[in-house]
Design a protein around this ligand. Sequence first.
Ligand code: ADP
Ligand code: ZN
Length: 632
Amino acid sequence: MEEVNNNRKPLITFWVIALIVLFVLNFVAVPFMNNRRIEQVDYGTFMEMTENKQIGSVQIQENKILFTNKDESQIYETGLMPDEGLTERLYESGAHFSSQIVEQASPFVEFLVSWVIPIVLFMGIGYLMRRQMTKAMGSDSMMFGGGGLGGFGRSNAKVYVKSSDGIRFDDVAGEEEAKQNLSEIVTYLHDPSKYREIGAKMPKGVLLVGPPGTGKTMLAKAVAGEANVPFFSMSGSEFVEMFVGMGASKVRDLFRQAKEKAPCIVFIDEIDAIGQKRAAGSQFGGNDEREQTLNQLLTEMDGFEDNAGVIILAATNRPESLDPALTRPGRFDRRVPVELPDLKGREDILKVHAKNIKIGQDVNFNKIARMAAGASGAELANIVNEAALRAVRDGRPFATEADMEESIETVIAGYQKKNAILTDKEKLVVSYHEVGHALVAALQDGTAPVQKITIIPRTSGALGYTMQVDKGQKNLYTKQELLSEIATLTGGRAAEEVEFGRITTGASNDIEKATKLARQMITQYGMADEFGMVALETVTNQYLGGDASLACSPETQTKIDEQVVNLVEQQHRKAIDLLKANKSKLDEIAKYLYEKETITGEEFMEILNKKPEFITEKEDTKTEALSDIPEE
Ligand code: ADP
Ligand code: ZN
């Protein structure tokens, strides 16, 4: 990418120059000018000149004599000798005794050099800095006149003269909706005048919202690439600097450059870094720097005309935290969601990235995409790259499907911990635990098929895991499916209880997930009989983990907690019952896993489907309810 770093020389250089000039003037020039006028002569010459009455002024110092000629155009210096009657002779010669020969030598020039020039210099610098600061603060409210830091305020905005990344819409897989939404902007940038003529106004700002790694930056680049216009890019966090006023200055610089290059795209990543809600009445203790930067951004956005040809794209994964002023009409009034890819999207993204590596014919992208449910575009890109790395490590000329599968597991669970030492007993416990999950899943309807069970420890700390993969895209879950999911999560612990009669710490992650799901069912999906369709929690951070905040009374909260406990406990019971009823299958598969360490879903189903028949849950326990949770 062609990147012009438009970094102007900061004002600090002026300071350095000023200091050097001062130094030169005071320590070199002044003495030099004086010295030039002083001529060293020997004592004889002095006596001679005295004799001939050629001396104008004279000054006898401690160890030398300074004197001038009659018209005082030249100063002479000579050493002081013991000389009887020198004073009388000088007096007779008509010399004028002076105490200030050197100082008077050039009073005007010296005054100029050591006072006037430095003062003018400093005043000049002061003025420059003042202007700089005032500009930087975006107002004329100077709080500290002529402070010494204004020079840093110059923008270091990276100017991407052209989006020579060459990213086009085709490179961004999935995200069809977002692309459609943005294609209008591309048309506009091609020919802003068409819009001007008809009087149509393009939005000045478009906010791309979505979880991290979904391709927001890519989309912004693609818009510039498609429209073939310059792409200015800066991250919100880059604006926020140590010194107040600098962020604002950067914003101003960025927009000035953008306006010169219009039509163009200005992309501000992580806009929440500057665009966060301003604290009400935060005169003191507020984040002045951020607020000033935000204010400057708002001013700039209001400042240019509707059809100036500058489109500002901004990305955030925390849209709810943005200051409402940013999303007002005339600013970022269009919002384009960039969501996690669905099954088709994941498949497409994998294919796009697989183009860049050598890959075997056997790879079933659909299968890989199904395994990578919930992965973002960035994670999928990473999965493809990990597969290629693995192929190189193992000396294969191309990446295989097994490489892809392994890299998914790596991304999900971390690398295999080759030298982890588990005792045989621990290994057996883990085997039962994992088979417990798999069996409970397989014995219930509406659960995703088991893809793989393994007891190879991972760097993430997992001692083993069971991977379930949905057959297709799943957007809706029934209450029954969610209950089955909770039962599956408790299946690991249940198997330990059924086989060993005691429990271990190995289920902590399962417990966490089960509790979270149960809680969501009650507070968000309206699946608790007692509460019904009442939202008891609101999700505050949907793109970053989905934190929820309670919106109910303490009494209700207590009831919710009770219900969560009940719900999980019920499913735990169900899991124990299922495993007890199928104890021989549990033993058989657990022993098999213990031996092999990794078994595939097919092997698992083969053993399960052998005679004698397994026993599934009773039909009458099922209830149906709809939920709108996304796949996972
Ligand atoms: P964001 O800005 O949303 O955090 P990026 O645009 O920076 O995400 O994406 C990071 C990387 O992930 C990209 O460079 C690209 O390799 C990959 N990626 C993300 N989304 C997609 C997508 N939809 N299609 C292809 N690659 C993608
Ligand atoms: Zn488990």
